[in-house]
Structure formats: structure tokens, C-alpha cells
Design a protein around this ligand. Sequence first.
Ligand code: NAD
Length: 258
Amino acid sequence: MLDLTGKNALVTGIANNRSIAWGIAQQLHRAGANLGVTYLPDAKGRFEKKVGELVTPIAPTIFLPCDVQDDEQIDTTFATIAEKWDKLDILIHCLAFANKEDLSGDFSATSREGFAKALDISTYSLIGLSKRAKSLMKDGGSIVTLSYLGGVKVIPNYNVMGVAKSALEMSVRYLASELGVQNIRVNAISAGPIRTLASSAVGGISEMIRHVEEIAPLKRTVTQLEVGNTAAFLCSDLSSGITGQVIYVDAGYEIMGM
Ligand code: NAD
């Protein structure tokens, strides 16, 4: 049985009720995990209020702002975990960002600044968070990140985010190789297209979803809760032999050639 009772899980990347991270948080909670949640702070405190209200039913025991571009905020997050929890078992890295102008049009038009920002937030952050998480994962652990097919194949408009996801998937393998000795497993879920705040910034997301509904073996795309179920599996002992992998939760779209 999938049981996460007694496990402490940090979930990053909840922005609203459409966030994949919210689907994951709900399934981890359902499986019995104790949750910590971080959100991206904004000047007016809107995210704090909105995310705070959303997560009330899952009763997080840690709720903190954490902009992954700010090392101080990351340090505060992990210092709080060290103070409040005896150990960390699960890290969910479920965030990404690229400038909107870099998510449509010519890939060759990507600016140096846009490239650095996309890779810093969407890829380096997994490394930065894992570095802090590993010393708190005293009984081993599971780190799960979110990728997309655009990191492996060319998807129109995905552009710089495709490069970020490619680097993310390779980071998963290097981290898995390093952290395996501590029984920390690192895996990625490559999710099919889902309508969220982040995906709406990618040009033509509605068309992408329609295409998947037509081509994928299951004739549909996936839901946040389906991704959450796979994340819960990857965080549980049921997946104890799996590390360094990219698991597709995409209604089978990835296998199709035509
Ligand atoms: P979302 O907009 O709900 O989540 C993105 C999150 O990233 C937000 O919570 C946002 O606050 C956070 N974020 C952005 N910049 C940040 C920063 N500097 N510091 C901390 N947090 C920051 O969208 P989503 O689709 O749920 O995205 C979650 C993950 O899933 C991303 O990695 C995305 O690439 C991936 N993914 C999404 C899809 C899809 O179709 N929606 C498919 C495959 C993979």
C-alpha cells in the first residue's frame, strides 16, 4: 500500500489550484505525509494570501516564501526545516520560469539574459535545493522534479524552456548518481500538457492540448492529480528501486511516431 505516514515533504511551486504542485501536495497529504509548502513571494503579498488559503485543508506545518533565485530565502527555508522537523524525506521541485518573449517565435532570438534566467530558475534551482536537502535527508529520501517532452524533442514555441528541461533531466541523472549512496533517489516526471499559469505563457498551449487529445493512446491529456499519484509513488517505498529516471505521465503521447 502507498503509505507516506511519518514522512516529511517539502513541496515547492504551488501558485494556485491549477498548479501541478497542488495536485502533488494533495496526493502526498492523502497518503499521510506531513507537508511543508513554499511559494514565490511578491511585493503585495498576494501569493502568500492566495496559496495560504488554498493549502489550509492540507495543514502544512511549514509555510514560507522562497524565491529560488535568492540564496538567503533558500537557506531560511532549510534552516526552518532543520529546526521544526527531525528529518526531511521528500523534496518536490515543481517550478519553472522563462520570459514570455522567449516562449514563442524564433529560438535564435533568445537573449543572454533570458537564457540565464530560465536556466537559473528552472534548472539550477533543483541543484541548489538538493544541495541543502541532502544533509537533512537522514533516512534517505526522494527528490522529484517536473519535466516536459520539449526537453527531448522540438516542440513549437517551447524554445529556451526545452533547453532548461534538457539540462534538468541530465541534472536528475547526475544528482541520482551522487546521492544514491545516501539512499536518496532523484527522478523526474515528464507530464503531458496541462493548462496552468506557467503553461499559458507558452505560445499555442491550447493547440498542444488538442493535438495530444487526438494523438495520445489514451485520447486525452492528463490531470494534476494523475501527476500527483505518480509523484506519491516515486516518494514511497513502492518505487525503492527507481532512481535517475524520467517517467512519462502523458497519456502515452511520447511513444507515438505519427
Ligand atoms: P504553475 O504556474 O502553477 O507553477 C509554476 C511555479 O513556479 C509557480 O508556483 C511559480 O510561483 C513558481 N516559480 C516561478 N519562478 C519562481 C522562483 N523564482 N522561485 C520560486 N518559485 C518560482 O505551472 P505548472 O504547469 O504547474 O508548473 C510546474 C512545473 O511543471 C514546471 O516545472 C513546469 O515546467 C512543469 N510542467 C508543466 C507542464 C504543463 O503543461 N503545465 C507540463 C510538463 C511539465
